[in-house]
Design a binder for this molecule. Structure first.
Ligand SMILES: [Cu+2]
Length: 135
């Protein structure tokens, strides 16, 4: 029984080895050079389009600052993030909600203790909202 198992294993290994070698050869020859070239071209186009999309965003423009009254829910100074439960923000047409913000300056965390009622000023930077001042 032991020997039979060994032989079966050896047969399986050599069979799968041969299959690997064959499929490897088939892939390598015609496709590799072509697909490589195509992928490089697509990467570059994708990057250009992303840059354009970000500039073209309308309602919440990059760099425009907004004010909000909010209650601090939680703050993580090490990560530079704060969760605020903010009142409606007219300049963004946002309803009241609880959401995460990034915090520009670590010193701002002095005023961002959970439970504090604050007035924050924030700007859009890339895809995130960054608190720039706290009152
Ligand atoms: Cu919000």
């Amino acid at each position: 029984m032991n020997q039979f198992a060994k032989i079966t294993l050896a047969l399986l290994l050599s069979a799968s080895g041969a299959a690997f070698a064959q499929s490897g050869n088939m892939k390598d020859m015609p496709m590799d050079s072509k697909s490589h070239g195509d992928m490089k071209g697509m990467d570059m186009k994708g990057m250009d389009m992303k840059g354009m999309d970000m500039k073209g965003q309308g309602s919440d423009k990059q760099g425009e600052s907004h004010m909000a009254s909010a209650t601090v829910k939680s703050a993580d100074a090490a990560k530079g993030t704060v969760t605020l439960s903010h009142e409606p923000i007219k300049s963004l047409k946002w309803p009241a909600m609880t959401m995460g913000f990034s915090v520009k300056d670590k010193a701002l965390f002095e005023k961002l203790s959970p439970g504090n009622k604050v007035q924050v000023e924030f700007v859009k930077q890339g895809s995130e909202y960054v608190v720039t001042s706290v009152k």
